[in-house]
Design a protein around this ligand. Structure first.
Ligand SMILES: [Zn+2]
Length: 287
């Protein structure tokens, strides 16, 4: 993840290249090509949005629809630990996001470490995630934002431009700065975005502008699932339900949907789980 800044007017940008972190997602699930492309774009976008957080927290991008691609969920922490998944039914057509998801909605949720939470929702009626997110920024009256996103089976890549309020730096002088760089960025092709180094890409797009490129921060694939959390889910299901699974299958096998990590509970684990719960009621907390 690289940040960059235009020196002569208040516009900032981000470029993100997900390589190993994107392949880590692809290794865990066999996504059809159309789903893979959308998930990759969503991951690049989520990482860039999370990089704008000015506090410890987490940003979640979620798309839900009644169409063939019915759920897409990507989360990124302010430390840039990223995870994502998609659920689909039948054949997902290559087409606009509206066609793939059957309409529906896209939500952006920001959770802060002090438990404050903000959410914005826009309809999934754009051609792609970039358009929907641009609508989200416009609707939530945040700073004007443009996004360019693309993904293949090796990389998920994105660029974001944001027009800052004038007091955040830069000179007032160049009022055409924002429309000019937005227009220049429109010439960016998916191929260039996927293949060019950040420095080359910025030089090629904005050759007559003064752009400062900052040193990068790593983005990693990291899942926050734990055995404790899976146990909490089993406890919520209740003793009867879980005992039923044990009776039928001999053990309870749970797989994290994000990272595919398996969690296995044999009859003794399950007994202990509910003994703990009953013995522990009101006397101690589990964590
Ligand atoms: Zn996991």
């Amino acid at each position: 993840m690289h940040r960059f800044l235009f020196e002569k007017f208040p516009v900032r940008g981000k470029l993100v290249h997900l390589d190993a972190s994107w392949r880590a997602v692809l290794e865990r699930h066999d996504y059809p090509p159309a789903v893979r492309a959308v998930l990759g774009e969503a991951m690049a976008a989520t990482a860039m949005l999370a990089a704008t957080l000015k506090f410890d927290g987490r940003l979640t991008l979620q798309m839900q629809g009644a169409g063939p691609l019915n759920l897409l969920l990507v989360q990124c922490s302010s430390e840039l630990a990223l995870r994502g998944l998609a659920r689909w039914r039948e054949d997902v057509p290559e087409g606009s996001l509206a066609q793939m998801t059957g309409g529906g909605r896209l939500s952006v949720t920001i959770e802060m470490s002090d438990e404050r939470r903000y959410q914005g929702i826009v309809p999934l009626d754009g051609a792609g995630i970039a358009e929907c997110l641009q609508a989200y920024f416009a609707q939530s009256e945040q700073m004007p934002t443009r996004l360019w996103l693309t993904a293949d089976d090796q990389r998920a890549v994105g660029m974001m431009l944001q027009k800052l309020p004038a007091e955040h730096g830069g000179e007032e002088g160049d009022a055409d700065g924002w429309p000019r760089v937005s227009m220049l960025a429109e010439t960016l092709t998916d191929r260039e975005l996927l293949n060019l180094e950040d420095e080359t890409l910025l030089r090629r797009l904005f050759c007559e502008e003064d752009v400062r490129l900052f040193s990068g921060s790593p983005v990693s694939f990291r899942c926050s699932c734990t055995r404790d959390r899976v146990e909490t889910v089993l406890k919520m299901l209740g003793r009867e339900e879980v005992a039923g699974i044990i009776a039928e299958k001999g053990s309870v096998e749970v797989c994290c949907e994000f990272c595919n990590k398996p969690y296995s509970f044999d009859p003794i684990d399950v007994e202990r789980l509910f003994l703990d719960k009953e013995a522990g009621l009101g006397t101690r907390t589990l964590h």
